[in-house]
Design a protein around this ligand. Structure first.
Ligand code: NAP
Length: 251
């Protein structure tokens, strides 16, 4: 049994690593020793610079995750760049806001495609490699909306509730193959995803008033949970959805 949090020699694929939560997690995994392949459609230069400062290894792969077309190439890119695929963080995601009564099919499909469908098929592509190796770690970025209903975000709630269920299903199928599938459920974090919410005075005050920690989280604060779930220390942890939420769910 190992209690190590060291990720030296491991390769992590992190989707949406250019900003926000994905960037915070990519930097944390690199600090713990992992080589990181950041995958997304925007420049990863800022993340690359942050990781280089800490002497970590980083490479980027350009892909639009709104479809599952690039999933096999992403795995190949990680193998070409670093020689293995040990950790996958399904972080890239979007949100669309409108009353359920007016919600469009476009807003439903766009959110479900990236938040749930791509997360599943990228996990499948990566797991084929991990099963050959007899080990691997998959971490899905869930949400408070994996547990709660919310308002005005029907496809987001459906996708994140679905992702929690998918985390449990994949854990049940792949735990015996040496793969740990788990999720992190961030509470309310300061990122592009929550700009509209933070700018809405009424909603922002309501949310802040309900967070026991009394403040929004910042992406670096998800690093510890990600490193733990990616490490040998979490070898017997399967199928959990770990809240990192300033106490939101305890309320
Ligand atoms: P963010 O700053 O908006 O980041 C979203 C990430 O997803 C960005 O890297 C974005 O890339 C990427 N992405 C979106 N559409 C993409 C596409 N079609 N192809 C490739 N990449 C795409 O928001 P965030 O808060 O860090 O969100 C990261 C994850 O955390 C999401 O799954 C979100 O649901 C989840 N989350 C966030 C919070 C929170 O409070 N912020 C709470 C719970 C869960 P671009 O920059 O190119 O758009």
């Amino acid at each position: 049994m190992s209690l190590s949090f060291d990720l030296s020699g491991r390769t992590a694929i992190v989707t949406g690593a250019n900003t926000g939560i994905g960037q915070g997690i990519a930097v944390a995994l690199a600090k713990a020793g992992a080589s990181v392949l950041g995958v997304g459609r925007s420049s990863m230069a800022e993340t690359e610079a942050m990781i280089a400062q800490g002497r970590g290894r980083f490479a980027s792969y350009s892909a639009d995750l709104g479809s599952i077309e690039p999933v096999n190439q992403i795995v190949e890119a990680a193998l070409d760049e670093f020689g293995s695929v040990d950790i996958l963080v399904n972080n890239a995601g979007i949100i669309r806001r409108a009353d359920a009564i007016d919600f469009t099919e476009e807003d439903w499909d766009a959110v479900m495609d990236i938040n749930l469908k791509t997360a599943f098929f990228l996990s499948q592509a990566v797991a084929k490699r991990m099963i050959l190796n007899g080990k691997g770690k998959i971490i899905n970025i869930a949400s408070m909306l994996s547990f709660q209903g919310g308002i005005r975000i029907p496809s987001y709630t459906a996708s994140k509730s679905g992702l929690a269920g998918l985390t449990r299903l994949l854990a049940c199928e792949w735990a015996s193959k040496g793969i740990n599938v788990n999720a992190i459920a961030p509470g309310y974090f300061v990122t592009n995803n929550t700009t509209a919410l933070r700018e809405d005075q009424k909603r922002s005050t309501e949310i802040l008033g309900r967070i026991p920690a009394g403040r929004w989280g910042v992406p670096e604060e998800l690093g510890g949970a990600a490193v733990f779930l990616a490490s040998d220390a979490a070898a017997y942890v399967h199928g959990i959805v770990l809240p990192v939420d300033g106490g939101w769910l305890a309320r």
